[in-house]
Design a binder for this molecule. Sequence first.
Ligand code: SF4
Ligand code: SF4
Length: 268
Amino acid sequence: MLIPIQSETPKFQCNACGSCCSHIRGIVPKEDREFLKQYVFGKLPVVQLAPVEQMTFPLWDWEAKRFKEWQHEVNVDARIKPLRAIMDLKSNKAIILTYFMDGLTDACPFLKNSKCSIYHTKRAYVCRLFPFNRSPFSISNPNRNNLFGECGAMEKILPNIPADFNNMVKFLNEAFPDGSFLNAVQNDIIIKWMNSAIVDLMRKKIIKPAINIPYDSILRRINNSEKIDFTDFLVEAGYLTEEEKKNLINRFDDNVEAKEKVNNYKNF
Ligand code: SF4
Ligand code: SF4
């Protein structure tokens, strides 16, 4: 009698080599690099405050706040600096959207002896989504070549990724029990949320971003202005209550929207 063979989805297992945390500077995909160089140096509301070659992983403002606390607990100077901002001409404040760690080497400052010294914490989305660079929902024609960063533990996964989108989502959800897939999906959802919140703030005339200003001038103005984190600004401007802000960040932390999105694909 022939016994049917169950084909099991291979499971990703990080081998904790530390390689993805060793070179976090300038790791921007080529197409994103071109866009950044062309648009985020004074032409659009969002202004990049560090050269593309100097930047490292972006941290959301609430993540940067946590990193600033954790660095003291583990005796690290993570050199956390603003990465992207909006110069708001109405409030005359620089609204900080994301931060980055400008360490003294290309490695993450929290990496000690090839181990993350804050691994026991929530860390940041950029830490938890690797080996993904992005989710299949955020790119046209997602495939095994454009979803991931360099990771030596992908040999069982890559050849098995289905080409069909629905099957790909189902496969990725099963193949990454570490949650990295859901984290990648949620991080893309947060990017979209932030972009639409900025547009909504402009539409409602709550902010008036400085645009089309020579880069040197806008950088000087941002550096000399009072600064406020984006989510704190939303509360200050009455766009969210403090309670709503906390709930929003909790939902992000719990990947609520990503789970809802991916659940729709489970029965394919
Ligand atoms: S995700 Fe990949 S590159 Fe990063 S530590 Fe794990 S095995 Fe190494
Ligand atoms: S905080 Fe930890 S996981 Fe995140 S990049 Fe640094 S060393 Fe890697």
